[in-house]
Design a binder for this molecule. Structure first.
Ligand SMILES: NC(=O)c1ccc[n+]([C@@H]2O[C@H](COP(=O)([O-])OP(=O)(O)OC[C@H]3O[C@@H](n4cnc5c(N)ncnc54)[C@H](OP(=O)(O)O)[C@@H]3O)[C@@H](O)[C@H]2O)c1
Length: 331
């Protein structure tokens, strides 16, 4: 570092050294070797210089992007008729992206689309079920065609079914896995061809949930971590960055019993927080998870690939949820 200060004239206090002390000599030695090899090649005329010594880097580091970051970008989201997907569609649109999203409930999809447009954003809803390969492929292809490209995909559609394995029907197991896991596989399969030319970012929704009766859901979500770890190696070198996000328990229809009145739900959440989210003492709001997804898609995370990021309210121990006194015990 001291040598760097002298050689480079000036190194800002908060500047991260490009390489450890002494590495500069190594780099000069590296180029010296290349020069020597080139000279030797010129002399001998027969020595082949390995391309890694002379090729330029495969990609330049991406510049950090300011806020209002996604103007001109096209974002696709599966499962954005409610919850985390809906909040993420709104968040991307607010940052200037053109957002194409799907879900099965057309009425909700149209409402989200209209809300985004009324707020000055660009959105396109298409009814599609991620369990149906034809519908999913049409959604991906027609989104890319409508907006002229595809830059970012958030593969988020998901469901849960809870039962101990010996009581779980094959239909329920298949439904969970075809939605959560096969849906992600097919989404990536259809999205990648649209990204090969210009590069892209793919984020999938995993989960760290481990609850009694949750074998179908947990296995489907843990599989997503394996998909992104391996797919990142296939497509990272082609300019497509693939990661997953694991939200902590988030206040959406996935966790809230449909019939519960607002006041009871709010009271439940207040009591639930300290028992189950030791780092925050509260459930996440979908808008908070959405902001994390938007950040992960930005150039701030240009070096992250094959990772699953936990955005949770503290260490998750698994096991049953701790239910506040007076509330029925949950799984
Ligand atoms: N909430 C949590 O605590 C939590 C924690 C970790 C992970 N997650 C994951 O986060 C994701 C979003 O869930 P959420 O919490 O926001 O719940 P949500 O409000 O129920 O959202 C689920 C979304 O997925 C869509 N979807 C479900 N099945 C689909 C299918 N076959 N085809 C197309 N879209 C489908 C739903 O739309 P339609 O019903 O209109 O089809 C809806 O838009 C899920 O993958 C979930 O597993 C949630």
């Amino acid at each position: 570092m001291e040598n760097d200060r002298v050689e480079n004239d000036r190194v800002e206090d908060d500047e991260v050294p490009e390489r450890p002390a002494g590495a500069g000599r190594g780099r000069r030695a590296f180029f010296g070797l290349a020069a020597a090899a080139a000279g030797a090649a010129g002399l001998a005329g027969a020595v082949v210089i390995p391309p890694y010594l002379t090729d330029p880097p495969t990609s330049a580091p991406a510049p950090a992007s300011p806020r209002g970051r996604f103007a001109g970008k096209v974002v696709l989201i599966t499962g954005a008729t409610s919850g985390i997907g809906e909040a993420t569609a709104r968040a991307f649109a607010a940052e200037g992206a053109k957002v194409g999203f799907c879900g099965r409930r057309a009425e909700l999809g149209r409402r989200v689309e209209q809300d985004i447009r009324e707020a000055g954003g660009t959105a396109r809803y298409q009814q599609a079920d991620v369990r149906d390969p034809d519908q999913l492929r049409r959604f991906v292809d027609e989104t890319a065609a409508a907006f002229g490209r595809l830059d970012i995909a958030f593969n988020n559609a998901g469901i849960t079914r809870t039962a101990p394995l010996h009581e779980m029907s094959l239909d329920d197991w298949t439904d969970v896995h075809h939605t959560n896991t096969r849906g992600v596989f097919l989404s990536i399969q259809y999205e990648v061809p649209h990204m090969l030319e210009n590069g892209g970012v793919i984020i999938c929704t995993a989960s760290e949930s481990r609850r009694p009766g949750g074998a179908a859901y947990t296995s489907s979500k843990q599989a997503i971590k394996g998909i992104v770890e391996t797919a990142a190696m296939d497509y990272g070198p082609k300019g497509i960055r693939i990661n997953a996000i694991s939200p902590g328990t988030t206040d959406t229809a996935l966790v809230r019993p449909a019939s519960l009145p607002d006041a009871i739900w709010e009271a439940f959440k207040r009591a639930w927080g300290p028992l189950n989210a030791p780092g925050t003492h509260r459930m996440a709001m979908p808008e908070e998870i959405a902001r994390s997804v938007v950040s992960l898609a930005s150039a701030e995370f240009a070096y992250m690939a094959g990772s699953t990021v936990l955005v949770g309210g503290g260490p998750l121990g698994g096991g049953p949820m701790r239910m506040p006194p007076g509330f029925p015990s949950g799984r």
